[in-house]
Design a protein around this ligand. Sequence first.
Ligand code: THU
Length: 138
Amino acid sequence: MSTKLVMNQKRESLINEAISAQEKAYSPYSKFKVGAALLTKSGKIFTGCNVENVSYGMTICAERTAVFKAVSEGHTDFEAIAVSASSDQPIYPCGACRQVLAEFNSKIEIFVNHDEKNYTLLDLLPKSFDQEQLDSKN
Ligand code: THU
């Protein structure tokens, strides 16, 4: 099987998982549903949705829900993440979620529904704050 075909299958199945997770969104304030599906290098998928709060700042995005679910179950080796939302437009991970993803894999593949281009986190978050910068302290 060609690499491209395998990549397309991975993309399609992860996007479908994200779309299913989107239905679980708890978003009574924004009414904006977001779903994420995070693939580990061992082939496990963790999904997430956004969870809002009446104290708006307590809201957590779908992507971070998926990451925190995975990490709390002992998985930190991430290969790809797909994101979908209740919009006809592609919805890209917010800055906070990009930084959280960078903690685990600065080159994670990112699949966004309604944007057929495949990204890596490096495309979306160049020059992220990382351990090397932390170590550069005087
Ligand atoms: N949201 C996400 O879940 N992920 C993103 O990458 C962008 C924004 C959620 C947070 C909030 O519940 C709603 O979308 C509107 O900001």
